[in-house]
Write a protein that binds this ligand. Structure first.
Ligand code: SAM
Length: 285
């Protein structure tokens, strides 16, 4: 019998994910932790258990369970948490990528009509995911997409052209700029619901052009200044390339200094895959 219990709790200096050997899985977002009435109800809603996972080649196969109707999400379809539970469980069992988890967490925070920042737009996949979250029927919402490389902006522009209609594409503002200077690209006094970083190098591009600890830290500080309460700084860190581990340390140290009264900081790390991408979420209360 495989079982896990997860708590999404508030910490500024330690991982927020802990497991114990119980039969149920509970995912408890912070809003619910703040509300004792909800906690008992939601624990019932969120709990699920797995019967007989099949072990093949050393990997527990739960994909069929995850896809079967017996494992449909416990949330109603219109719930803001809908999909989050399945995505997180799929990630835990190696069936989803760090970026999928990031997108799912954004979905939980971002609202139609919001203004958000993609601080490393690269090939445009994150930008497109953000645009789909913010764009409403009246074409409100805005994504500021930044990258230091012209090639990345070209790739993003092409993807947006292929995927969006001209009105939607107009909601994305592209800037060939270092993210440490993000405040120069966005309107003065604007505040943002999401600032997302997908660090490292451009997939399929020049691996020498990577995010650097020093400018990443400056960019995180800028993001902190312009994030609205209820907003999220989302970071996916890659440690497999030179400088990646140092960059992770800088991000962790930045997150660790954020005061616990105002911030909830969470890191998801694969313990036996030392080079796996690491999603980090800094939620401003
Ligand atoms: C992992 S890729 C981003 C992937 C992208 N979000 C996507 O969905 O395809 C990292 C990107 O960060 C960009 N980058 C590196 N240093 C940067 C900086 N200082 N400011 C902004 N972008 C930077 C790189 O050019 C690269 O395109």
């Amino acid at each position: 019998m495989l079982s896990l219990r997860l708590w999404f709790s508030s910490l500024a200096t330690h991982n927020t994910l802990s497991c114990s050997s119980r039969r149920s899985l509970f995912l408890v977002p912070h809003q619910i932790l703040n509300n004792n009435t909800l906690i008992s109800n939601t624990s019932k809603i969120l709990s699920c258990c797995y019967e007989k996972p099949i072990k093949q080649n050393g990997i527990f196969s739960v994909a069929s369970d995850l896809q079967s109707s017996s494992f449909s999400s416990s949330f109603p379809k219109d719930s803001p948490f809908s999909g989050l539970e399945d995505a997180l469980v799929s990630y835990l069992f190696g069936k989803k990528r760090a970026t999928d988890i990031a997108h799912m967490v954004w979905k939980h925070v971002v609202q139609k009509g919001d203004t958000v920042i993609d601080a490393t737009c690269g090939n445009g996949f994150d930008t497109l995911a953000m645009l789909n979250l913010v764009a409403d029927d009246s074409h409100n919402g805005c994504v500021y997409a930044l990258d230091i490389q012209k090639d990345a902006l070209d790739n993003t522009s092409l993807l947006l052209e292929e995927s969006l209609n001209p009105n939607e594409k107009q909601l994305v503002k592209l800037f060939n700029i270092c993210h440490s200077k993000m405040e120069n690209a966005v309107p003065r006094n604007a505040s943002f619901r999401l600032v997302a970083f997908n660090l490292g190098y451009l997939p399929g591009g020049d691996k020498e052009i990577i995010t650097r600890s020093k400018t990443t830290l400056l960019a995180l500080e800028a993001a902190k200044r312009i994030l609205m309460p209820g907003g999220l700084i989302s970071i996916v860190v890659y440690v497999g390339h030179p400088g990646g581990r140092e960059e992770l340390e800088v991000v962790e140290s930045f997150a660790g200094r954020l005061c616990v009264e105002n911030w909830i900081c969470c890191k998801l790390q694969m313990l036996n895959r030392p080079c796996a991408p690491i999603p980090i979420f800094l939620f401003k209360r």
